[in-house]
Ligand binder design. Structure first.
Ligand SMILES: Cc1cc2nc3c(=O)[nH]c(=O)nc-3n(C[C@H](O)[C@H](O)[C@H](O)COP(=O)(O)O)c2cc1C
Length: 207
C-alpha cells in the first residue's frame, strides 16, 4: 500500500516523503531517552551510609570503564558523594520495585534506608561505600570528574570492581534473563521484555 510521510514541524510546515504518512508531534526539548535503568546508588561518608534511586545513570566509556550519574545538589546523597569521591551502582530486580521507589521518595536525612528496606550492607573491595547485598549486580565506582550542568551535576565514576550474584550465572556467565531487570520511563516502572536477538545475528544470517 502506498503511504505518504507528512512531517509537520512546530511552525506547521509539512514534508511529504516516500510512501508513508507519518504525523510527528514536536514538543519542548527534554532528555527524552527511554527506558532507563533505575539504579540504587549507595554511598557513605563518616560512617553514615545512604541509598539514592537514580534514573539518570549511563555508560560514558568502556575503556576505562566509566559510568555517569546525574544528581541534584539538594539531594542528601550529593554531599556524601562529593566528599567521599565514591559510590556503588547497585542494579535492582523488578521484584524490588517498591524499595526502588522508596529510596527515590524518602531522603536519607529522614530515614536510614538500609534499615528501612531490610538491605544488607556488604563491604566493597575498592571503595568504602557499601554494596547492597540483595541487588544482583554491584559496580564499585570512584569519581574521576564532576560537571555542573544545571539542574543536575554529573559525576563520572570509574568502575573499579563488578560483582554479580552466582544465581544470575549460567555456565559461569552472567545471564540477563535471571537478573529480572527493571526499567523506568516517563514516571513508570516496567519489567524488561522479550529477547529479540543477539548483536550481529541478522547480518550473519544474510551472509
Ligand atoms: C525512579 C526515580 C529516579 C530518580 N532519578 C533521580 C536522578 O537521576 N537524579 C536525582 O538527583 N534524583 C533522582 N530521583 C530522586 C531521588 O532519588 C530522591 O529525591 C531521593 O529521595 C533522594 O534521596 P537522598 O536525599 O537520601 O539523597 C529519582 C527518583 C526516582 C523514584
Amino acid at each position: 500500500m502506498r503511504r505518504r510521510i507528512i512531517l509537520p514541524t512546530s511552525v506547521g510546515q509539512q514534508v511529504n516523503k516516500g510512501e508513508c504518512t507519518v504525523a510527528k508531534v514536536t514538543r519542548t526539548a527534554a532528555p527524552w531517552l527511554y527506558p532507563v535503568p533505575p539504579v540504587l546508588v549507595s554511598c557513605q561518608d563518616a560512617g553514615q551510609a545512604n541509598i539514592i534511586t537514580l534514573g539518570w545513570c549511563g555508560v560514558a566509556s568502556s575503556d576505562p570503564p566509566i559510568i555517569g550519574v546525574g544528581i541534584r545538589p539538594e539531594r542528601y546523597s550529593y554531599d556524601i558523594i562529593k566528599r567521599s569521591g565514591e559510590f556503588v551502582v547497585n542494579i535492582p530486580q523488578a521484584s524490588q520495585v517498591e524499595l526502588v521507589d522508596f529510596c527515590g521518595t524518602i531522603s536519607g536525612r529522614d530515614a536510614d534506608k538500609f534499615a528501612r528496606c531490610g538491605f544488607t550492607a556488604l563491604p566493597g573491595q575498592s571503595v568504602q561505600a557499601p554494596l547492597i547485598a540483595e541487588c544482583p549486580v554491584n559496580l564499585e565506582c570512584r569519581v574521576v570528574q564532576e560537571l555542573s550542568l544545571g539542574s543536575h551535576d554529573l559525576f563520572l565514576g570509574e568502575v573499579l570492581a563488578v560483582h554479580y550474584d552466582e544465581q544470575c550465572a549460567v555456565d559461569h556467565r552472567f545471564d540477563l534473563a535471571r537478573a529480572d531487570a527493571l526499567v523506568y520511563a516517563f514516571g513508570g516502572y516496567y519489567r524488561l521484555g522479550e529477547a529479540l536477538g543477539r548483536h550481529g545475528e541478522w547480518v550473519r544470517r544474510k551472509r
